[in-house]
Ligand binder design. Structure first.
Ligand SMILES: Nc1ncnc2c1ncn2[C@@H]1O[C@H](COP(=O)(O)OP(=O)(O)O)[C@@H](O)[C@H]1O
Ligand SMILES: [Mg+2]
Length: 263
């Protein structure tokens, strides 16, 4: 559904030095996948997310979404695809402070012609487990609950893709894992999830992890969640590992298929 080829985006700093925020990135994301993009601060994750989310345009390269080349589309066509297909979740929850959870979730529907806005918002809040909090305002909710409201708001238009930029960045680790569980659930229900994080442990909850360093995708691994006995402690050289090799991670053993990205 998403195919990116030789994508580049640079920023000029101090008028002269150029920073390659996204540097020749190639990647593919298929419908129904749960992909994490992981990398340190400043590695170009948000720049890449903004391009994938049609919020920003690349300098060069190709980006096709559902076989449509993005550079061929008008601003209005981009906005239409963005509104229909993509739900956004950010580190800051961006909720309106004096507005209830349900009213916050209704916001994307205000300009739609849908009649049942209230029911749709209540349904989205139910999907993130917040049915009992729909009339609370953000200050009456925990950070994790506020982020779940933001996820419900991203879901309410029924997008195919959820794009989340550091969604656990403002949360303690327990609430962070709860938010990841919400994404896992949505993925099981068919949503394509793209999770952006600097946290390797968070990233490994996804089925597939793309590592980005200095604007380049350097590594891709597939995580097999079926094999994580807590007591397994093998540590193997991941550089030379073949498909099916067990690699111990801090929390659990995870099967990796590592392949360096060559396209
Ligand atoms: N609007 C901008 N103007 C200038 N430089 C930018 C801008 N946005 C990002 N950058 C630079 O691009 C690089 C990648 O930034 P970003 O995509 O935000 O990384 P990440 O999300 O991984 O922290 C950084 O060096 C950052 O300073
Ligand atoms: Mg960022």
């Amino acid at each position: 559904m998403i195919v990116i080829k030789d994508l580049c985006k640079s920023y000029k700093k101090d008028g002269s030095t150029e920073i390659k925020a996204v540097d020749n990135v190639n990647l593919e994301i298929r419908q129904g996948e749960f992909t994490a993009i992981v990398g340190p601060s400043g590695s170009g994750k948000s720049t890449l997310m903004n391009i994938i989310g049609l919020l920003d345009i690349p300098d060069s390269g190709s980006y096709t979404i559902d076989r449509k080349e993005v550079s061929d589309l008008s601003v209005d066509e981009l906005a239409e695809i963005r509104n229909k297909k993509i739900g956004f979740v950010f580190q800051q929850f961006h909720l309106l402070p004096k507005t209830t959870a349900k009213e916050n979730v209704e916001i994307p529907l205000i300009y739609s012609d849908k009649k049942d806005i209230s029911e749709l918002a209540a349904e989205a809040l139910k999907r993130v487990g917040l049915s009992d909090r729909i009339n609370h305002i953000p200050s009456e909710l925990s950070g994790g609950q506020q982020q779940r409201v933001a996820i419900a708001r991203a879901l309410v238009n029924n997008p195919e893709i959820i794009l989340a930029d550091e969604p656990t960045g403002n949360l303690d680790s327990k609430s962070g894992v709860e938010i990841i569980e919400v994404f896992k659930n949505l993925n099981r229900q068919g949503k394509t999830i793209i999770l952006i994080t600097h946290d390797q442990k968070i990233a490994e909850h996804a089925d597939r992890v793309l590592k980005i360093v200095d604007g380049k995708v350097t590594e891709e691994s597939t995580v097999d969640h079926s094999n994580h006995p807590a007591d397994k402690t093998e540590i193997l050289d991941t550089q030379n590992s073949e498909e099916g090799t067990s690699v111990h991670t801090q929390q659990r053993s995870t099967k990796f298929r590592k392949s360096f990205w060559r396209r």
